[in-house]
Design a protein around this ligand. Sequence first.
Ligand code: OAD
Length: 259
Amino acid sequence: MDALVARAVDRLRSARHVAALTGAGISIESGIPPFRGKGGLWERFDPMEIAHIDAFLADPALVWRVLVKELKDIIDRAQPNDGHKGLARLEAMGILQTVITQNIDGLHQLAGNTDVIEFHGSFAWQRCLQCDQRVETRKVDASVLPPRCRCGGILRPDAVFFGEMIPPAALWRSQEVAARCEVMLVIGTSAIVQPAASMPIIARQSGAVVIEINPEPTPLTGVISNYLIQGKAGEVMNGIVSGLESTTARTEGGLDFRP
Ligand code: OAD
């Protein structure tokens, strides 16, 4: 792993455009469960029965009770971990420009990243099915389910349910960022949900180096990604950040001694 971290540090240092694509895995260390695999939400629920737009429209109170309220309670308490903080540090160092995230938890923004494309929408807001008014999730009274807007309409998360389109602006901008970047970090995603999973493909086809960070291989591994740094997002990002900081410090020190 250390050799691959050093390789990533080298490439990141010389790249002018760097993007990251993140998934649920980056938020696991913040206490938010993933969707697939051990402890994943889809182990307990059938996504077609609980996370499909038709399921929500058929029984919004049920979806609020078993999925939305639980997620709201978890996300309300969650704080960014070293994975999120590492990406924010990369932006502060002028290395990373854009994070494309499939997550709806807002933790990248909380960590300090300023250009975050929320590919699957956001949990920070609810939207009225009737008048389209948006309401901040933290201001929603969830004591009676489903919660309602002032107009009486039902509130839904401003996130993408199965069976819905990706917000067009998020899709177009992500495609543009993927096509332009020289390095794409693909962190904590199983890379099986489309069209998010095609962003690394666009990046690679456009000549970028695609670096995966994940404890497990994915369908991208060995096919689309140039290499996989096998490990947890927080640990690997700590390694990358300290590698970048020490090489930057060495370069600065070296310049001091030039004639
Ligand atoms: P998944 O739950 O499918 O995948 C989580 C990934 O995180 C897996 O590849 C794990 O190996 C990896 N992982 C586990 N622990 C990790 C750690 N500590 N650090 C880094 N990676 C770790 O989540 P997503 O790929 O984000 O869509 O799922 C994509 C979409 O499927 C979600 O956005 C959601 C879901 O259905 C919608 O809700 C529309």
